[in-house]
Design a protein around this ligand. Sequence first.
Ligand code: ATP
Ligand code: MG
Length: 291
Amino acid sequence: MKIVVLSRNPNLYSTQSIVIAGRRRGHFMKVVDHASCDIILGGQTRIFYLGEVLKNIDAIIPRIGASATHSGASIIRHFELNQVFTCLKSEALLLSRDKLTCLQILSAHGIPIPRSAICRNIASLDPILKWIGEYPVILKMLNSTHGLGVLQAFNKNQANAMFESYTKLRQKMMIQEFISEADGADIRVFVVDGKVVASMKRQAAQGEFRSNLHRGASSTTEQLSNEEIRIALESARILKLGVAGVDILRSKHGPLILEVNPSPGLEGIEGTTQIDIASRIIQYVERNARK
Ligand SMILES: Nc1ncnc2c1ncn2[C@@H]1O[C@H](COP(=O)(O)OP(=O)(O)OP(=O)(O)O)[C@@H](O)[C@H]1O
Ligand SMILES: [Mg+2]
């Protein structure tokens, strides 16, 4: 098969890993930077990559970073409209990439999430803080990545000051209950085609509550409870994601979904679990793409 990996950088671990796995299974693999694609609409739609028409593609594997969500989605949509199988649908990318939309949809489907609120008016801040109940609370930029823009407020004055700073900087943000019993750890569940293929626990560095590997966290393979498996698979299904990195916090009331990543990185989880996830993604393509 001719498989395109949509990725800004062919040298990224995840991109490399998928390309190698695809070639090992006998496929023609091409890395295409979605930022360098142009589309002709009307009549017979066409897509150009650096001036060359892309054709006879059997499937795409999109790896879309947070900074290119909308432009990436429009390129994925082109392939969808031309009946090319994609591991990540444009709609699914748009639903899951925005932390608020993602949690809104999951909670509407009864998936447990931390108490979360969107606050745009300072007048609502006090009642929201009272509803959340305890300090610290989390104030999180909606477009945060790698834990940057995820802060703790230990009292009402700090929450007020952070709210005002985010508002001044025109940053959309979410206020969230702090799950202290997670003890600086979260669980990454890697889902491919409705199955859990790997899972790991990330433990924050000493004195840090954010368990991002970019913030110095360490990771180990982790066994999941049945409930964790259930909510991870349900979340991926609800968000229509064939490939998903589902992050879970273990609370005293059971597991809570923190976020769902539509282009989860492979380096941390393959390195930690020694599971060849890239091959699982290629096998998912093989089961679904036109021959
Ligand atoms: N409500 C919370 N309670 C306890 N810990 C939290 C909470 N929210 C976030 N954290 C910790 O902070 C880390 C970073 O938060 P989050 O995953 O929401 O944003 P991000 O990592 O910046 O986004 P992305 O994963 O998309 O890069 C989490 O992995 C978790 O360890
Ligand atoms: Mg995160």
